[in-house]
Ligand binder design. Structure first.
Ligand SMILES: C[S@@+](CC[C@H](N)C(=O)[O-])C[C@H]1O[C@@H](n2cnc3c(N)ncnc32)[C@H](O)[C@@H]1O
Length: 220
C-alpha cells in the first residue's frame, strides 16, 4: 500500500474499478489531438496520471510516442497491461512509470517534451504541489510545446457528494481524499507563468474545464 494517503486511495480505486474500464479514449483526449498535431515535431508526449491506460493505449495505436506517469502502482500495472495488448511496434513507443508527476518531469532533459497532458489530476494537489508541478511542466516542454489539462469546475455535481468523488469510493475504511474545484479565471492565472493561453473551454454538460497553454519561446 502506498504511503501517501491520496495514492493509497487511488490504489484502492483502481483495484475496485479494474475490469470495468472501457477502452475508448476520453473526451478530453479527443480534444487534445489537434494540439498534439501542432506541437513541436520529434519530441514525445507525457501523460500525467495515466490511470487505467486507455488514453495512452489509444495514442500508441495512433503512432505517438508516449510516456505515462502515475503515482499509483496499481494504475501503472493497468497501463502496463494496456501497453502489452498492443502490437510490438506500438508497444515499443510507450512506457508507464511509477512516479510523482513533478519529480518525473524534473528528471527529464529540459525542453525535451512536445506536450504534457493530464486529465483530472490536479484536484488533489496542494497549492505548493500545483506550483511545483506547473513549473516542472514548463521546464520539460520544448518552446511552443503544450500543457493540456482538464479539471472539474466549481459547481460540478460531485462537489456535493465528495465521498464518491474518485478516488473516493464511499468505502468507509479508506480515508477521504479532499478535492479542489477550479474556475476559468483560476485556470487562466495558474497556467499563465511562461505560457500563452491557446484555449480554455468550459464543457457545460460535464462541468469540466479543458485548458491548452503553449510554452513561450523565451520561457524556461
Ligand atoms: C482521474 S485519474 C486519471 C485517469 C486516466 N487519465 C484515465 O483516463 O484512466 C488521476 C490519476 O492521477 C494519479 N495522480 C494523482 N496525483 C498524482 C501525482 N502527483 N503524480 C502522479 N500521478 C498522480 C492518480 O494515481 C490517478 O491514477
Amino acid at each position: 500500500m502506498s504511503d501517501d494517503p491520496r495514492t493509497a486511495a487511488w490504489d484502492h480505486y483502481w483495484t475496485v474499478v479494474e475490469g470495468r474500464l472501457g477502452s475508448a479514449p476520453s473526451g478530453f483526449l479527443r480534444w487534445c489531438l489537434p494540439w498534439f498535431e501542432r506541437a513541436p515535431a520529434g519530441a514525445g508526449l507525457v501523460e500525467l496520471g495515466c490511470g487505467g491506460g486507455q488514453d495512452l493505449q489509444y495514442l500508441l495505436r495512433q503512432g505517438y510516442r508516449v510516456r505515462g506517469v502515475d503515482a499509483s502502482p496499481v494504475a501503472v500495472a493497468l497501463t502496463e497491461n494496456a501497453i502489452a495488448e498492443l502490437p510490438p511496434d506500438a508497444a515499443a513507443r510507450g512506457s508507464a512509470i511509477r512516479a510523482d508527476a513533478a519529480e518525473f518531469l524534473e528528471g527529464l532533459a529540459p525542453g525535451s517534451v512536445a506536450a504534457v497532458f493530464g486529465a483530472v489530476l490536479y484536484e488533489t494537489l496542494s497549492d505548493d504541489e500545483l506550483r511545483r508541478t506547473f513549473r516542472a511542466v514548463r521546464g520539460a516542454l520544448a518552446a511552443g510545446g503544450f500543457h493540456l489539462w482538464c479539471v472539474r469546475e466549481t459547481g460540478h455535481p460531485l462537489e456535493r457528494t465528495p465521498d464518491v468523488l474518485p478516488p473516493n469510493t464511499g468505502d468507509p475504511r479508506v480515508p477521504l481524499v479532499e478535492h479542489r474545484f477550479f474556475t476559468a479565471a483560476g485556470c487562466a492565472e495558474l497556467g499563465a507563468d511562461g505560457f500563452e493561453p491557446a484555449a480554455l473551454e468550459r464543457r457545460e454538460e460535464s462541468h469540466y474545464l479543458f485548458v491548452a497553454d503553449r510554452k513561450r519561446p523565451d520561457a524556461r
